[in-house]
Write a protein that binds this ligand. Structure first.
Ligand SMILES: Cc1ncc(COP(=O)(O)O)c(C=O)c1O
Length: 463
């Protein structure tokens, strides 16, 4: 299909989108009077179509927009809504805790259950709360620097760990640069950050060799450039190399929790020194959690004693992380409900079965139509990669991307009642996702594929 034909097709979808959503369009136009980028979060302007849908209500895996249209929601708040919208157990627990007191600077007894469950599920014995996954990563970085006495944080090219300064770097022609659109914010990235390609063991080994890296901050499967799985042996080599170079290893499982009730860490027996999870585990309440191994906690306590030996000291000791609302009664009640009643073994089994079926059927559709794309899967999360096979690095993904085709795909889906995450083509299952919603996606996917040219003709780029 020629670039011009793709552009024309996209223009038709855009016109259709505008015609179907007058109320959302007017709301976004009005939003520019008071919001920097039209909506409460600048990310919200990133949906295909030129303006976001404004939500009227959502239930389970379904969203109704202010123009009265229904959507099967596979975006699920970019995992923040992975419990399903209005999950009854979470809603009830949150409402009850709001009535008993949301935030008190006092722990509640839910904390004991939650702490024990986090350890049972993810394996790390000691935990702390924050109000976002970004903040949990920041706390973990600070702890890593405290105990190692080193400054450098190593990340993989194409990563996303939230608004963490050290991770705002990328590789361009082998050199470290700032991520597009991110100001350095007076941080000396040359001093505090290092970045290598995922799955590049040689580069990783060389980057750790100076023994100045405090922490490797990584996802066990990269989820920000589509999905990039670790090559066989990469994660165990990463563990061995970090150990031998005195570097701590953090797995940020904020997105990869989709792999199962204990993320990759439990599923594959990984042994990180630090662990972070967030978003989904709060069931809609802002939550981040960081976990520490026993060995690391011991090293931290050598610097900051575990018990307050003199409560008469009036100067507060804030450690430089956490916050007033971190560990609030409301957060802890929400996490308890999510872990006890939503992210259970049974619900994950359902979500995984749905994702397996969706991925298998999508692969069969691509195969039948000789479309050279790849369907990646990480547990309950399925990704359409518009490339012939699993990429090994973010650079590989970037080289193969066709922004017009991706935008068209997203808008085509929205116009037919399907929401997929706006930044790439991820489909997430929640416990409330129905077989009918999966079928609806597959029917539209097949229709889209049928409208594309067969075989390798997709290589001509739109401009
Ligand atoms: C792997 C990972 N870590 C951290 C974050 C940041 O989470 P939050 O927005 O809660 O700070 C994200 C957000 O998408 C993420 O994908």
């Amino acid at each position: 299909m020629s670039g011009q034909a793709l552009n024309d097709w996209l223009a038709r979808e855009e016109a259709d989108f505008v015609a179907r959503h007058p109320n959302s369009r007017a709301s976004f136009a009005a939003g520019h009077a008071h919001y920097l980028y039209g909506a409460p979060s600048h990310w919200m302007r990133r949906w295909a179509g030129g303006f976001p849908l404004y939500a009227a209500s959502a239930a389970g895996a379904s969203v109704r927009c202010v123009d009265g249209l229904e959507y099967a929601d596979f975006c699920l708040g970019d995992t923040g809504g992975m419990c399903g919208h209005g999950a009854p157990a979470v809603t009830a627990a949150i409402a009850a805790q709001l009535q008993r007191g949301a935030t008190l600077m006092l722990p509640t007894q839910d904390a004991a259950w939650v702490g024990a469950e986090l350890t049972r599920r993810f394996g790390l014995p000691y935990w702390g709360f924050t109000t976002s996954a970004s903040d949990a990563n920041r706390a973990a970085i600070r702890i890593a620097r405290m105990v190692t006495g080193r400054e450098v944080v190593l990340v993989f090219n194409g990563c996303y760990h939230g608004s963490v300064e050290e991770a705002h770097v990328a590789l361009a022609a082998g050199r470290m640069v700032m991520r597009t659109g991110v100001h350095p914010n007076a941080v000396d990235h040359a001093r505090v950050s290092r970045v290598v390609e995922f799955n590049d063991l040689g580069a990783l080994e060389a980057a750790l060799r100076p023994r100045d890296v405090a922490l490797v901050l990584a996802e066990p499967c990269m989820t920000n450039y589509g999905m990039i799985e670790a090559a066989p042996g990469f994660l165990s080599a990463l563990r061995a190399l970090t150990r031998s170079s005195g570097t701590l290893l953090l797995f940020d499982e904020t997105h990869t929790l989709s792999a199962g009730p204990g993320g990759y860490t439990a599923r594959d027996g990984l042994e990180p020194d630090l662990f972070v999870v967030g978003k989904a585990v709060g069931g809609g309440i802002p939550v981040g959690l960081y976990g520490l191994s026993a060995e690391l906690a011991g090293r931290l306590w050598e610097q900051v004693p575990r018990r307050s030996d003199n409560v008469r000291v009036r100067q507060s000791s804030h450690l430089g992380f956490g916050g007033t609302l971190a560990g609030s009664a409301l957060q802890v009640a929400a996490v308890r409900a999510v872990l006890a009643e939503v992210f259970t073994e049974e619900n994950f089994a359902r979500m995984l079965a749905l994702a397996d079926a969706l991925a298998a059927r999508a692969r069969a559709i691509l195969h039948a139509r000789r479309i050279p794309w790849f369907i990646a899967q990480s547990g309950a999360r399925v990704e359409t990669m518009m490339a012939p096979g699993m990429p090994r690095t973010a650079s590989e993904v970037a080289r193969g991307r066709d922004p017009t085709l991706e935008t068209l795909f997203h808008l085509y889906m929205i116009n037919r009642g399907i929401l997929i995450t706006p930044f790439h083509s991820m489909l997430l299952m929640c416990p409330a996702t129905t077989t009918a919603e999966v079928e609806r996606y597959l029917a539209v996917f097949e229709e889209f594929c049928a409208a594309l040219p067969a075989s390798g003709a997709l290589t001509e780029r739109a401009t």
